[in-house]
Design a protein around this ligand. Structure first.
Ligand code: A3P
Length: 326
């Protein structure tokens, strides 16, 4: 880390003082999760959130891609990236054919990874496309205030598919020699709300409510809807971001091009996303973000009893909110 100014040093000191005081739980790989303002985050997520609070300067043109992990982050990053940059690239020679969306969209709470400051993000040209897993409630008012234009595009997904996906992902990340995480353990943690950026239900409700209160600021998509009607969803995102497709673009079938480019079939078959490059220094490889990309795969994993318990919790959590996954 380069020498950071006094403001940063103060934030880091506050983080260091806070972390040992927070409730802890076993994580999904070798990490621990800490309860911070009602949500279960890694130390890295908490540090990111506190840095954003103290140092991030939002711009009205910022586009924030928000997701709970395993809800379609990779897909949404690809879609929004190709929508807003559609005039800059040829679809046959598109950056998404050579890079994983993680390398094209900055991960907001990870900006601390570089020099430990917001400098790399401050230096980006507008409109900045940023990605986050943080719950809506953890963002400072200067970002969630309805009068500011900084926009959030959120995607959620049926929690049973999220649990199945996350369980597979966790086992890929667990180092060799560490016993696999059983589905029962994963289920217990998930039901207790102990998953990254969880409780899952609260994450969804935070963005869902914000989308009702501030529809120009927050757009909520569902993974299943994007699967069913990708063209309509891409148009919706473009309209929301104030860059609707022109009749000329419609004639040229640009929306179709975007959907094809970002499809699971296409992305998972790109060389850059196929190879397993996991190592001790880089425990995640691009291929870990592509598994099946299907709706309803949970039936191959969760027992009917697990499904019933999840239904009960979900009913309780979403009662009276108007939200449902279907
Ligand atoms: P499955 O494990 O159910 O297959 P995230 O990107 O938030 O980590 O989510 C990963 C999940 O999204 C995985 O789900 C992955 O296969 C799926 N996914 C990745 N790219 C996708 C795409 N282009 N279209 C649809 N689903 C995709």
């Amino acid at each position: 880390r380069i020498k950071l100014d006094e403001g940063y040093q103060k934030t880091y000191k506050n983080v260091d003082e806070l972390l040992p005081t927070l409730p802890r739980s076993k994580g999904w790989w070798l990490d621990q999760l800490l309860q911070y303002q009602g949500f279960w985050l890694s130390t890295y997520g908490i540090r990111g959130s506190m840095l954003i609070d103290d140092h991030f300067n939002p711009r009205p043109t910022d586009i924030i891609i928000a997701t709970s992990p395993k809800c379609g982050t990779t897909w949404l990053r690809a879609l929004v990236f190709s929508i807003i940059n559609r005039n800059s690239f040829d679809f046959s020679d598109h950056p998404l054919r050579k890079a994983n969306p993680r390398d094209l969209v900055h991960f907001l709470e990870a900006h601390i990874r570089g020099d430990g400051s917001t400098a790399s993000i401050d230096g980006l040209p507008s409109p900045r496309l940023l990605s986050t897993h943080l719950p809506y409630a953890l963002f400072p008012e200067c970002m969630t205030d309805d009068t500011l234009a900084c926009r959030f595009v959120y995607i959620c997904r049926d929690l049973k598919d999220v649990l199945a996906s996350k369980w597979h992902f966790a086992n890929k990340l667990r180092p060799k020699g560490v016993p696999p995480l059983s589905l029962e353990e994963a289920f217990d943690l998930f039901c207790k709300g102990v998953s990254h950026y969880g409780p899952f239900w609260d994450h969804v409700l935070g963005y869902w409510k914000a989308s009702l209160e501030s529809p120009k600021k927050v757009l909520c998509l569902k993974y299943e809807d994007v699967k069913k009607e990708p063209l309509g969803c891409v148009r919706k995102v473009a309209n929301f971001l104030g860059v609707p497709f022109t009749p000329e673009e419609e004639n040229k079938e640009i929306v179709e091009e975007i959907v094809k480019l970002c499809s699971f079939e296409n992305m998972s078959n790109q060389d850059v996303n196929k190879s397993d490059t996991r190592s001790q220094e880089k425990p995640i490889s691009n291929s870990d973000f592509f598994r099946k990309g299907e709706v309803g795969d949970w039936v191959n994993h969760l027992s009917p009893q697990m499904s019933e318990i999840l239904d009960q919790i979900t009913e309780q959590k979403f009662q009276g909110t108007g939200f449902s996954f279907h």
